[in-house]
Design a protein around this ligand. Structure first.
Ligand code: SF4
Length: 179
């Protein structure tokens, strides 16, 4: 498909494209479904990309000594470096993108308010922040519309997101026409 014809949106793959969640399920997003005809979706599951299978033991954000890590408590696996390497490599290779729709609350995809724990055991959360991909996307693409599917259930947020998305797309098309 010619990606100059539709907005290009990177989307979390579990939002209706593949049953890749830790428990083997997928999440239905009415907005994502509705946009399939209007948008060119580029699907991505960072946890699959770093070799975590399906189903898998959940991973979580852990903050210790001021440093945030991505760990799998059931196995003791530290996924931090693998995820950082993948996210850096993926985002730096992304040539055309007009926006992002990412899964909320995920330690990988979440953009905000993701639970952060002080350790791997049965401990209460102590903080909230962004997941590894979600945080890096917000940092690298501050000029683009970036939302999670939960916030997009809000009428006003959804309208703002779509307005920005199609404005960015039109601008990209126009710039290409003059280049
Ligand atoms: S939230 Fe992100 S990492 Fe988790 S299953 Fe969905 S796409 Fe994969």
């Amino acid at each position: 498909m010619d990606i100059s014809e539709k907005p290009v949106v990177v989307v979390s793959k579990c939002l209706g494209f593949a049953p890749c969640r830790w428990n083997g399920l997928t999440i239905h997003s009415a907005l994502v479904e509705g946009l399939k005809a209007e948008v060119h979706f580029v699907t991505l599951c960072p946890e699959i990309e770093i070799g975590l299978g399906v189903p898998r033991d959940p991973i979580r954000l852990i903050k210790q000594k001021g440093e945030i890590k991505l760990v799998q408590p059931a196995t003791g696996r530290d996924c931090t470096q693998a995820m950082e390497d993948f996210v850096n490599s993926y985002l730096s290779g992304l040539e055309t993108v007009d926006g992002f729709i990412l899964k909320e609350k995920s330690p990988s995809c979440g953009t905000r308010r993701v639970k952060i724990y002080p350790g791997p055991g049965q401990v209460p959360l102590t903080d909230r922040g962004a997941g590894f991909l979600g945080g890096a996307v917000m940092e690298k693409f501050p000029h683009l519309p970036i939302e999670d599917e939960g916030r997009l259930n809000n009428d006003k947020i959804r309208e703002q997101f779509l307005t920005r998305l199609f404005a960015v797309f039109r601008f990209r098309k126009r710039r290409k026409a003059f280049s």
